[in-house]
Design a protein around this ligand. Structure first.
Ligand SMILES: NC(=O)c1ccc[n+]([C@@H]2O[C@H](COP(=O)([O-])OP(=O)(O)OC[C@H]3O[C@@H](n4cnc5c(N)ncnc54)[C@H](OP(=O)(O)O)[C@@H]3O)[C@@H](O)[C@H]2O)c1
Length: 242
């Protein structure tokens, strides 16, 4: 079997890194991106066989360099986990144009154009998995900006599943619930808020990055060849009862 080339944007920690470790354990060649050089160096020193490329998904030049390097070193991409994303949570009336540009540039524009560039390197029957979020399925306080970018990502998945059907490229989203990572975790929000959340999660706990990584690996596998244009919510049951 030839080694699969897996690109994970935002792979230096959290769900991206957990997915990188999972693909690595399956014998795949993993390429990760992230903005912060120190975080990339930390991954490199732990996993000498993960190829790291320091790159900001919201920066056009970085995207150009990223895909040029992948083309030069690996020639193609078999699996693209479009994972990089972040949030700024504020009341709608307090969101500035700078907030808007910052979040949209990463979560939507960066996603949009990195998918477009990646597709130039993706052969027929390759796979795309986009990291969206449970949040766009519920009206949540302070989440209008973040969640609307994730809703856009969710739509993109459907549109691309349709447009890429002639290339047999499956495009799916995963939508994590409350997952303990650097950008959002129980410690950050405090015990009281964390317990309030847990009371509404049938699994009675926050998720861990590994809860997500297995589903990403599954969507990239032959077993998932008939799953296309879907959004899989991985939230311990939160959206079923929230
Ligand atoms: N945690 C949750 O509860 C939750 C729930 C639903 C959805 N999500 C989504 O899950 C995805 C992964 O988040 P996470 O929670 O695993 O976060 P995380 O642990 O903070 O990791 C985020 C990763 O993305 C990278 N990153 C951030 N901005 C980037 C940019 N502009 N260009 C390239 N890389 C960038 C970070 O590295 P650098 O900082 O070095 O760039 C890091 O490697 C995001 O799309 C997020 O919206 C999270």
């Amino acid at each position: 079997m030839t080694q699969r080339i897996v690109l994970i944007t935002g792979g230096s920690e959290g769900m991206g890194l957990a997915a990188a470790e999972t693909f690595l354990a399956m014998g795949d060649q993993v390429v990760i991106t992230g903005r912060n050089q120190e975080k990339m160096d930390k991954v490199s020193s732990r996993y000498s066989n993960i190829h790291t490329i320091t790159s900001d998904i919201s920066n056009r030049n970085d995207r150009t360099k990223l895909f040029a390097e992948i083309k030069k070193v690996f020639g193609h991409i078999d699996i693209f986990f479009a994972n990089a994303g972040l949030g700024r949570f504020k009341p709608f009336t307090e969101i500035s144009e700078d907030d808007f540009d910052f979040i949209v540039d990463v979560n939507y524009k960066g996603l949009f154009f990195s998918l477009q560039a990646a597709l130039e390197l993706m052969p027929d029957r390759s796979r795309i998995i986009v990291n969206a979020s449970w949040t766009h399925h519920r009206a949540l306080e302070g989440a209008s900006l973040y969640s609307s970018t994730k809703a856009a990502a969710g739509y993109l998945v459907k549109a691309l599943a349709h447009e890429l059907s002639d290339r047999k490229i499956n495009v799916n989203a995963i939508s994590p619930g409350l997952i303990n990572t650097a950008q959002f975790n129980e410690e950050m929000i405090g015990e009281k808020a964390s317990n309030n959340h847990k009371m509404r999660i049938p699994a009675a706990r926050f998720g861990e990055p590994q809860d997500i990584a297995g589903v990403v690996a599954f969507l990239a596998s032959d077993q998932a060849s008939y799953i296309n244009g879907q959004e899989i919510i991985i939230d311990g049951g939160l959206t079923s009862v929230h």
